[in-house]
Write a protein that binds this ligand. Sequence first.
Ligand code: XMP
Length: 489
Amino acid sequence: DGFAASRLFSQGYSYTYDDVIFLPHYIDFPTDAVSLSTSLSRNIRLSIPCVASPMDTVSEAYMAAAMAALGGIAIVHSNCTSAQQASIIRHAKSLHIPIAPSVAFASPQDVLPAAPQGRYVFVTESGTLPSKLVGYVDCENLKGEEVKIFDHMRDCKSVESVPWNYDLGKIEAILEEKKSDFVVLERDGEVVNVLIKEDLERLKGYPKLGAGTVGADGEWMVGAALGTRESDKERLEHVVKAGANVLVLDSSQGNSIYQIEMIKYIKKTYPQLDVIGGNVVTMSQAQNLIQAGVDALRVGMGSGSICTTQEVCAVGRGQATAVYKVSSIAAQHGVPVIADGGISNSGHIVKALVLGASTVMMGSFLAGSTEAPGAYEYKNGQRVKKYRGMGSLEAMTKGSDQRYLGDTAKLKIAQGVVGAVADKGSVLKFVPYTMQAVKQGFQDLGASSLPMAHDLLRSGTLRLEVRTGAAQVEGGIHGAEKGTGLAPF
Ligand code: XMP
C-alpha cells in the first residue's frame, strides 16, 4: 500500500510538504513516550528539533534566549555590524530568565509618546538593552502629554537591581520584600532586562520548561550567522569572543568556492566550533560541503514563505524532495540536516523530520511572536509585527545582500518580500503546544524517536503518497468557515 520514499522521490517531480502525505502505521506507545531530542550538528544536542532562522525580524536576543530555554536554538542574524551582532549574542546569554521585557525603553533625549505602553519607561544611555541605566519615568500622571524624558526622569537610586543570573524564586522574594513593581537585572554594569510582577506571573502560566540548551560556558547556547567575504573573518572573531556556540554560513546557494574556503578556514581556526553549511538542495551540492568538513547542512532554496528565489532565478527544489534527497546522503556521513523554510504548521514539521531532517529552521512560524524583534503595529485592525525576507530590497539595503551574492553587482535584485505576521504571543507558549502535536504525528507513524522514524522511512516500512489538488483541499479546512472553532490551532 502506498510508496516507499525511495520510489516516490525518484520519479522526476519536485514535491513540497503539502504534496505528500504519510500513511498511518501501528501505535504501541503513548504520545508522551515520543522523544524529539535530536542533533543540531555533529556535536550539539537539542531537546526539541527547532531552530530560529538568522533573519533580522526573527532572531535577536529575546528569541535566542527563549529558543534555548525551550531546548532548541536560534541563530543570530548578521544584518548588522559585527559589534552589534556580538552584543546581541552576549545579551541573549545574559537573559537567564528568558523573557522579553514588557516595559518600554528610551534614551534621555527622547520624547515620551502621548500614549506610552505601560506605566514605566526605563531610560538607558542607548535607549535600548543592554546599556547603562540612567533612570526611569513613572508615566502615571503624564499620559496625554508629549514631554521630554529628561525633564521627568527619576534617578536610579531607588531602583532595585539584582545580578543577571538570579533565579525566579529569588527575584519574586525581592519584589515582595521591597514592595517594588519591578526589578532591574544587571551584568557588568549594564541593564540586561527589567521584569515587572506581571511578567513573572505570565512566565509561570506557560508550559513548564524542560532541559534548556546550555553550552560548556553554562549559559544559553546561541548560534551566529556569517557570510563568506574576507570581512567575515573579522566578524567571526567578534562573535566567537561574544560566546557564539555554533556558526552558520548564510548563503542562499552554499555550494560555492567561497563557502568551501570559509568552512576550511573556520575549522582550522576554531576546531572546537561546529560549522553549519548551506543552503543546498541536491545530493552533489551536499557532497561538496560534507567533503569540506561541515558539521550540519541547511536545506532549502526558495521554499521560505517570503522567498521569491525560484521565480526570480529559476533555481530551487520542492522542499520535501530536497530534504529527503540531501538527508539520504548526509546520513551516510553522520551529518545532521536542518530543513529550512516552508514550515507553516506542525504537520510540515512532522514531514520534514520523518523525511530525514534532524531539525527544522523556521522564520515566519516564529515571527510575530513576543520574542521577535520589532514593535507591534496595527494593520486592518490586526496586531502584527513586520516579517521580511533577507533578500528583500529593504533588508538588503541594510546589508544582507551578500547572502544573495549581490556584493559585486551594482544592481540589487530582490529575492524576497516584506510582509507582516499576526501577533502569536510568546514562543514559550506556542512552541511547546506545537511539539505536542508533532509527537502525536510521530505516534500515528509508530515512531517514538527521530532515529526510529528515519529507519522506518529508509527501510520502506513507512509509506507515502502524493496528494492530488482535491486531496489537499480535502485535507485542509473545507465546508466550514475558518474561525468558527474548526480552525486547527
Ligand atoms: P519561512 O518559510 O520559515 O522561511 O518563513 C525562512 C527561510 O527563508 C529563507 N529566506 C529567504 N529566501 N529570499 C529567499 O529566497 C529571501 O528574501 C529570504 N529570506 C529568508 C531562509 O532560508 C530562512 O531561514
